[in-house]
Design a protein around this ligand. Structure first.
Ligand code: SF4
Length: 351
């Protein structure tokens, strides 16, 4: 391990810029080296995301179809019933997801809604799935209640650099977001935090976001790197496309700066072809959302993902639990056998 590949929290903007500017092949090679020190390079963690409350959000995030500030034609839905959420979690588990993420379009959870949310967490946990939620800003007390109910991860993205942030959101500050992240950490939950590329930011902003994440007291366990999905009706619908190689570079640098974190290839994946996704995996992405829907935008269907995994020799990462090694190996073997059988079916169907 080189000194520069050790876990650090004191990166400088200059260093991050230098990484982003490396020749592409050198950068991807270095990211692979970092990746292989901490992960099996052929495993990808699979999560499923369900929108438990959709639309009419009071925040004005300029990329978001759920914001009540924009008319995107999105159908609004109230908080989903607990039983419905549990049905979806069960289905997600059956398609191989190990983590179930639930998102609500709120500024922050209300007193009235929180008990329902806590019930959802307990129910999903009881199925043996890891739980993740994104509900907006959290106070210290709310974070503690969620943690006590068994919430494993809390997602709260920084979205972009501090200096570009107020071009994207005006209804809450960067510091508000950092405060929520701190409350989540202090409550003992794991942090899922990343951003969105292609919102008209420049390379310094991508570097600034990565720097902020990498210099947090603890690296987020999950770092979603999203590509903007341009939704008609939002202020960013006509923003210029980001060069896809800049996106891969961002993933590679996230991998180098936060080598132990899961770097998640997240929103925007449905617009990427298989080659682009494979490049992202090579650059160190090792987590995806799988199956049905990514909050309110389309996500490639589970079968398409399984086919890509088969072609690349990727297997889903087993659930990190306190189960014994033998149990985890059994689970992985069972999954691989399932994959092999669906591969046979796939080949036969395409012969
Ligand atoms: S990103 Fe979240 S907080 Fe922002 S408008 Fe959308 S749902 Fe609301």
């Amino acid at each position: 391990m080189t000194a520069s590949d050790a876990i650090r929290h004191d990166w400088t903007l200059k260093e991050v810029r230098e990484l982003l500017d490396m020749p592409f092949n050198d950068l991807v090679f270095r990211a692979q080296q970092a990746h292989r020190q901490w992960f099996d390079p052929n495993e990808v963690q699979v999560s499923t995301l369900l929108s438990i409350k959709t639309g009419a959000c009071p925040e004005d995030c300029m990329y978001c179809p759920q914001s009540g500030h924009y008319n995107t034609g999105l159908e609004k839905e109230k908080l989903m019933q607990v039983e419905k959420v549990l049905e979806q979690a069960k289905a997600a588990k059956e398609t191989g997801a190990t983590r179930f993420c639930m998102g609500a379009a709120w500024r922050s959870p209300t007193k009235k809604d929180l008990p329902h949310v806590l019930e959802m967490i307990r129910g999903v946990k009881d199925m043996g799935l890891e739980t993740c939620m994104t509900l907006g800003m959290l106070t210290e007390d709310q974070a503690s209640e969620l943690a006590e109910a068994g919430l494993d991860y809390y997602n709260h993205n920084l979205d972009t650099s501090e200096r570009y942030y107020n071009q994207i959101i005006t209804t809450r500050t960067y510091q508000d977001r950092l405060d929520t992240l701190e409350n989540v950490r202090n409550a003992g939950m794991k942090v899922c935090c990343g951003g969105i590329m292609g919102m008209g930011e420049d390379e310094d902003d991508r570097a600034g976001l990565l720097l902020q994440l990498a210099n947090l007291p603890d690296h987020p366990e999950s770092v979603p790197i999203n590509m903007l999905i341009k939704i008609p009706g939002t202020p960013l619908e006509d923003v210029e496309d980001l060069d896809p190689f800049e996106f891969v570079r961002t993933i590679a640098v996230a991998r180098i700066l936060m080598p132990k974190s899961h770097v998640r290839l997240s929103a925007g994946r449905e617009d990427m072809n298989d080659q682009m996704q494979a490049l992202c995996f090579m650059a160190g992405a090792n987590s995806i959302f799988y199956g049905d829907q990514l909050l309110t935008t389309e996500n490639p269907q589970a079968e398409q993902d399984r086919a890509l995994f088969r072609r690349l020799g990727i297997v889903p990462e087993p659930l990190a639990t306190d189960r014994s090694d033998e149990d985890q190996v059994d689970e992985l073997t069972r999954r691989m056998e399932q994959e092999r059988q669906s591969a046979l079916f796939y080949d036969a169907a395409n012969a």
